[in-house]
Design a binder for this molecule. Structure first.
Ligand code: FAD
Length: 230
């Protein structure tokens, strides 16, 4: 058995976006964690770290090792008057809760537009009351949802982006930053394609120019198209 332990790899750390602003919650770090539970061969299975957090953290008394891995790039614009568009379905909302708290704290004139969604508003509307409060106070200028299973046809954030393409393009022309957080496999790619389509449809660009604008100009040169996807 000792040999087995020697051969097995060390546990890999799990990364979580910080979902709170330090200015709004001094001394605290809050996370938005989706607990991984599923069935495999008719047996209930779960994610190692998330099930530990959900079921054992309070009862085991075991110390938990954590470390910070600060991002240099996925950050708010320095100019607090710059508009931002945030696309964060599912647990992808985590950094945008922190962003919103920071924007409220900073009190700039930049507008905030959040795209959020998941399967159903009944079960996955994370931070509903907080978001409604931000809408009421005007801190959140616009809030657009995509609930994939609340109607017959599947609706995802990329569909909502295209529906609002003209306005998004206006924001881009006005210098808005664009952020995506969440699923890398499907969502981020679909949103990326939607952005290129918006540049074509509303910026009057060819597909080649639109791709260049989104991938080179906005993303690489101006660094105002930022992604934190996993
Ligand atoms: C930069 C970054 C930021 C992140 N931020 C967040 C965040 O803010 N919030 C958050 O919740 N997560 C976030 N994650 C994901 C997080 O790090 C973990 O990967 C996640 O919580 C799962 O960890 P776990 O140990 O519970 O699951 P693991 O034990 O690692 O198991 C996950 C694995 O289970 C399997 N699995 C899952 N569902 C099924 C299914 N239905 N059927 C079959 N197999 C399945 C898959 O193989 C999957 O890879 C982030 C990841 C990165 C890289």
């Amino acid at each position: 058995p000792e040999e087995f332990f020697e051969l097995s790899d060390r546990l890999k750390p799990r990364l979580y976006s910080i979902a709170s602003s330090h200015d709004a919650h001094p001394g605290f770090v809050e996370l938005t964690v989706g607990i991984v539970r599923f069935e495999y061969n008719n047996r209930p299975r779960g994610g190692l770290c998330t099930v530990f957090m959900a079921d054992e953290i309070d009862t085991s008394g075991a110390p938990i090792g954590v470390f910070m891995s600060p991002t240099k790039s996925f950050i708010l614009p320095e100019d607090k008057d710059t508009d931002i568009i945030m696309v964060g379905p599912g647990t992808g909302i985590a950094p945008f809760r922190a962003f919103m708290e920071q924007r409220v704290f900073d009190g700039g004139k930049g507008r905030n537009w959040l795209f959020f969604g998941d399967q159903s508003a009944k079960t996955e509307f994370y931070y509903k009351e907080t978001i409604e409060d931000w809408m009421d106070s005007g801190d959140l200028y616009k809030f657009t949802t995509a609930w994939s299973r609340d109607q017959e046809e599947k609706i995802y954030v990329q569909h909502r982006l295209k529906e609002h393409g003209a306005e998004i393009w206006e924001w881009f022309e006005n210098g808005a930053y664009f952020y995506i957080c969440g699923d890398k496999t499907y969502m981020a790619k679909d949103v990326h394609r939607a952005l290129i389509a918006i540049a074509e449809d509303h910026g009057g660009m060819s597909n080649e120019d639109a791709t260049h604008f989104i991938e080179k100009t906005m993303m690489r040169e101006q660094k105002r198209y930022l992604r934190d996807v996993y």
